[in-house]
Ligand binder design. Structure first.
Ligand code: HEC
Length: 102
């Protein structure tokens, strides 16, 4: 009986959380379309653009770089036009998506 309750509880938590997470990654995927010119479809990077590989990178690292680039703590003129109008939530969604790329 206790086991059934535990399984049900886990299921309820999962059903509650998964749409929220899925939505983040989906939003990130649509935001990422603008980054593909330089970082590639799978985040593999592009030598001609001097854009590094970012696919599969830790989400917390990607998030921090995006924040630093926007606030100009990290100087990146190439990316500035692409990040300046993005919100903190956009950065989180993008990080989740990019991190999931293989
Ligand atoms: C015009 C080309 C260009 C576009 C478009 C672009 N980037 Fe970049 N990105 C770069 C370059 C060049 C660097 C490396 C800059 C440096 O040397 O610091 C970089 C660095 C990064 C880094 C840091 C990587 C690391 O390992 O530290 C992240 C994260 C990143 N870009 C994410 C994005 C995201 C997300 C987008 C779309 C919103 C985007 N970029 C759009 C050119 C671009």
């Amino acid at each position: 009986m206790r086991r059934i309750l535990e399984v049900n509880f886990a299921l309820v938590v999962f059903l509650f959380i998964s749409p929220l997470m899925a939505q983040d990654v989906e939003k990130g995927a649509s935001l990422y379309k603008k980054c593909i010119v330089c970082h590639g479809k799978n985040g593999e990077g592009k030598r001609s653009q001097k854009a590094p590989r970012i696919g599969g990178q830790f989400d917390w690292y990607i998030y921090q770089q995006l924040k630093d680039i926007k606030s100009m703590v990290r100087k990146n003129d190439a990316m500035m036009p692409y990040v300046k109008n993005l919100s903190d939530q956009d950065f989180k969604d993008l990080s989740a998506y990019i991190s999931s790329l293989k």
